[in-house]
Write a protein that binds this ligand. Structure first.
Ligand SMILES: [Mg+2]
Length: 149
């Protein structure tokens, strides 16, 4: 199973604020951005269960930077899709939709945006929408478990 995560307001705070993972000196050397509390445990668990983990963001952060940020937390991302990759792979279709996880063989996409959930209904891809709740990781895990039944 392949799971993708949005960055802004899902794993990295912006409009929505949430607690962070613990930060060490080497994180500060790579970035001022910090991952949301619970990200490491959730992603490690997913990988342990054989899932592939992608980041799918409409931001222009470079894939190399995103990879390094996650690596500083000990997480290897299987793929990074940013706005540039989205536009390049999807061409004209990419302009009509903010995200199209099915085009990248993603089974479930985690995001904070209700708009992405609507696009999921329209373009037939599965989403789980999380907000600022502390139990966000449990919500993701529960959705995955249910979809595996
Ligand atoms: Mg977002």
């Amino acid at each position: 199973m392949t799971i993708s995560f949005d960055l802004d307001d899902t794993l990295i705070p912006g409009r929505i604020q949430f607690p962070f993972e613990r930060q060490y000196l080497w994180h500060k050397m790579i970035s001022r951005e910090r991952l949301r509390k619970g990200s490491i445990l959730l992603i490690r668990q997913l990988k342990k269960e054989g899932c592939k983990v992608y980041v799918y963001t409409t931001s222009l952060r470079s894939p190399m930077y995103i990879r390094c940020l996650f690596l500083s937390y000990g997480i290897w991302l299987d793929k990074v899709i940013n706005k540039t990759v989205h536009d390049r792979i999807l061409g004209k279709q990419g302009q009509q939709v903010s995200k199209l996880p099915v085009a990248f063989s993603i089974d479930l996409h985690v995001d904070d945006s209700a708009g992405v959930a609507l696009e999921g209904q329209q373009y037939n891809f599965a989403t789980v929408i999380v907000g600022g709740e502390d139990s966000w990781a449990e919500k993701v895990m529960e959705t995955i478990r249910n979809s595996m039944l």
